[in-house]
Design a protein. Structure first.
Length: 105
């Protein structure tokens, strides 16, 4: 059986493509350069050693974010794989503040 795409489906694809391009047009695309490739290898090795590998795309995102942040992002340590944070702790975490020892000014 041969599936043919209807005119409505083609129009829907074109509309979605324009919507995606409009969203992406407002984003700054940063280069994936030397610090990120080193982070990629380190993160991959650490996760594989722990028996918790992640997908290639997720690994690229993590390595790029970590390289851009230069390690200032303080990851919560956990033995169980989950951690409970208050909304204030989560806000500090996302802002790059060491949520374990915040400095008040």
């Amino acid at each position: 059986m041969i599936a043919l795409e209807s005119a409505n489906e083609r129009l829907g694809h074109a509309i979605r493509l324009r919507q995606v391009e409009a969203i992406l047009g407002g984003l700054e695309i940063l280069p994936l350069d030397v610090p990120a490739d080193a982070e990629y290898g380190g993160i991959r090795a650490e996760l594989e050693a722990a028996g918790k590998p992640i997908g290639a795309n997720e690994l690229l995102i993590a390595a790029h974010a970590y390289a851009l942040d230069r390690g200032r992002f303080v990851w919560p340590a956990t033995a169980t794989g989950t951690v409970a944070l208050t909304s204030a702790q989560m806000s500090m975490l996302l802002e790059g503040i060491d949520w374990r020892r915040p400095e008040r000014t």
